[in-house]
Design a protein around this ligand. Structure first.
Ligand SMILES: *[C@@H]1O[C@H](CO)[C@@H](O)[C@H](O)[C@H]1NC(C)=O
Ligand SMILES: *[C@@H]1O[C@H](CO)[C@@H](O)[C@H](O)[C@H]1NC(C)=O
Ligand SMILES: *[C@@H]1O[C@H](CO)[C@@H](O)[C@H](O)[C@H]1NC(C)=O
Length: 169
């Protein structure tokens, strides 16, 4: 008969294992919104491209910055890296049409936030990540939220260490 403590730690171990397994299992089956706080960018949302809006002379949602198109190779990491390195670390980075990366210091007020599901194209360089849609952009911004998330993770690690030292795990 296992002791109650042994049973508790087995349950905890299984729970932690499930936590680590679930996201990767989901990523295998469908493209998901890429999120990595250490890139310095946080996900802002899915926005409309503005080129088709009357009276804007075809202005882009993210204009005045720089861009690159990588058929077959684009990933979110590639785009965030492209927008962050160079003379300017751009405030906004947007992925569009599975292969385009747009960097800018401002987001056009004409670009409206859409439901996340409107950005439905997997990146051509990594099918597990979402890279916008047709005339839709998956937009990231330089965010304070990244430091909050790091603090939260550090908090979890501290709780885990405390549990270990109390002999709970
Ligand atoms: C997260 O981003 C950092 C910085 O760009 C990178 O070094 C690291 O490999 C990334 N981690 C994952 C899991 O993608
Ligand atoms: C934005 O996208 C939605 C969904 O595709 C569309 O219905 C709407 O007309 C678009 N709005 C603009 C301003 O382009
Ligand atoms: C895509 O990556 C491959 C392999 O690294 C490279 O040969 C090719 O030139 C790249 N294509 C583009 C458009 O960058």
């Amino acid at each position: 008969m296992p002791s109650p403590t042994a049973t508790l730690s087995t349950a905890l171990a299984l729970f932690l294992l499930l936590l680590t397994l679930t996201p990767s299992a989901a990523a295998d089956t469908a493209a998901a919104i890429y999120s990595n706080a250490t890139t310095g960018y946080v996900y802002l949302g899915c926005y409309n491209e503005t080129t088709a809006i009357a009276g804007t002379s075809g202005d882009r949602a993210l204009s005045g910055g720089t861009n690159e198109v990588k058929p077959g190779n684009m990933t979110v990491e590639m785009c965030l890296g492209f927008c962050a390195t160079g003379a300017t670390k751009y405030k906004y980075a947007g992925l569009e049409f599975a292969r385009e990366c747009w960097c800018a210091q401002q987001l056009s007020p004409l670009a409206k936030k859409q439901p996340d599901g409107e950005c439905d194209l997997p990146c051509e360089g990594d099918k597990t990540e979402l890279c916008g849609g047709s005339l839709k952009l998956t937009i990231y911004t330089v965010g304070a939220a990244s430091s909050i998330r790091i603090a939260w993770t550090a908090g979890l690690v501290a709780v885990g260490a405390a549990a270990l030292s109390m002999g709970l795990l």
